[in-house]
Every structure is written in C-alpha cells, then in structure tokens.
Design a protein around this ligand. Structure first.
Ligand code: 13P
Length: 251
C-alpha cells in the first residue's frame, strides 16, 4: 500500500514563536486525516520544538539534510543518530538545493539515504531535472540516473523502506508548477524504473511531487494515478495553505 504524505519542507525559515503557532495547528489537523500523514521537516535547531509540539499527535517531524557519516570530526555536520534522538521519522536527502548549492552528488545522496535507514528512519530521496535539462529532452535520463544510483546502493530492502520525491528544479520556489500531466508522466516513468528492478517495490513506493504546490493545485496534482502526495516548500509556512494541502493529500 502506498502511503499518502504531505511533507512540509520549511527550508531555512522559522522562529520559535512562528513555529509554535504553525506546529500546534498541524498537530490538530493531522488528527483529522484518515489516510495521509502530515510531516514537517524543520531546521535542525527547531527539532526539539517540533518533537514536543507534535508529541501525541499523528503528525511526524523530519530533518532536511543529514551527514553521510555516523560520527566523528566533521565540524558542522549532524548525524542520522542525532536526528533520530530528536524524534525525526523522515529525513529529506538529495534536495536540489543541496545538490546545487552544496555540491552533493548522486553517490553522496545514496550514502545519506543509507545513513538514514541505518537509524530506522525513512529517507525522502529527491530527484528532478533543471529547466535546461527539460528543454534538452533529457528529463527521464536525469531522474533515471539519480534514482538508479540510490537504488543500486540501497538494495531492495533499503529501497522498500524509502520514499521518493520528484521535484523539477524549474518548479521550486518559482510559482511555476508542473502541470498534473507533466508530474504524472515523470512519476509513471519513475515507477517504471522501479518496476524493472522489483514489481513489489514499484507497487508500494510513495512518490511525492514537489515544486510550487499550493492549496489551489494540490487536489489536481495528488489526484494523478502515480502521485502519492507532496513535498511542499513555501506553502508549508502558511498554516491555512499547508493544512488544506494535507487534506488534499488525504483525498
Ligand atoms: P516550493 O513549494 O516553495 O516550490 O518548494 C518546493 C520544495 O523544494 C520542497 O522541498
């Protein structure tokens, strides 16, 4: 069964009082969802706040990044074990902003996903093409390669315990959403890539869409056959928007 998910990625936004108001509302709304899980991926310093605000609710918290190393002299890094201790159930890996601004390649993303799995959490593995790559007609090649490297390194067991997110780079923070048909086409392609490896993994994998998801387009996007919910940036910072998106993911 494919888990429906609405995952908020706050990116580098937030403050203690703003977060509290938002988290309290997410905790309440999550309780009213019947099949979707609401998740908030907050900046590291706010993980303790998210854990306590969401305690006892059906919502989950997550990290936006993680070190590929378990411990050691890696100044500024945060390990998967630390994220687990602070209540994370999910961790985003390979977000395009990490790839673009912090030089993360496919092999590093795969190591990070493995580190997350080793601590019993769920990696949300992001793939997506840039505008130039889409215009060159190599979207499938790009996302297929990104998924392939991670799939090779995780193996069937690891892959089965992961979530995939398709985030076209040209749609992130631009207000330019992929159409529901564009999203569906890539999601179906990704599911096909998985099916070629293992039919049961393809059937159970949640594939989220991310890129300018809003309350106004969530229902149409999440209504597509291979779209199992969303990874939401800007709109996850606005309570009414994010809560409406959570309800759209619930169907
Ligand atoms: P926006 O929803 O702001 O476009 O961001 C998408 C995203 O990158 C979520 O991870």
């Amino acid at each position: 069964m494919r888990q429906r998910l609405a995952v908020g990625n706050w990116k580098m936004h937030g403050s203690l009082p703003e977060n509290q108001a938002l988290l309290d509302k997410v905790a309440v709304t999550a309780g009213g969802l019947s099949r979707a899980i609401a998740v908030v991926c907050v900046p590291f310093p706010y993980l303790a706040q998210a854990r306590s605000a969401l305690a006892g609710s059906k919502a989950a918290s997550g990290g936006q990044n993680v070190s590929q190393y378990p411990k050691g002299a890696f100044t500024g890094e945060v390990s998967a074990g630390m994220l687990r201790e602070f209540g994370c159930r999910y961790v985003i890996v390979g977000h395009s902003e990490r790839r673009q601004f912090f030089g993360e390649d496919d092999a590093t993303v795969a190591l990070k996903a493995r580190a997350v799995l080793a601590e019993g959490m769920i990696p949300i593995v992001c793939v997506g093409e840039t505008l130039a790559e889409r215009e060159r007609g190599i979207t499938e090649e790009v996302v297929g390669r990104q998924l392939g490297v991670v799939a090779d390194r995780l193996g069937a067991e690891g892959l089965k315990a992961s979530v995939l997110a398709y985030e076209p780079v040209w749609a992130i923070g631009t207000g330019k959403t992929a159409t529901a048909e564009q999203a569906q086409a890539v999601h179906a392609y990704l599911r096909g890539v998985l099916a070629a490896r293992d039919e049961s993994i393809a059937a159970s994998m949640s594939i989220l869409y991310g890129g300018s998801v809003k309350a106004a387009n969530a229902t149409e996007l999440f209504g597509m056959r291979d779209v199992d919910g969303g990874l939401i940036g800007g709109a996850s910072l606005v309570a009414e928007e994010f809560l409406a998106i959570c309800r759209a993911a619930d169907g």
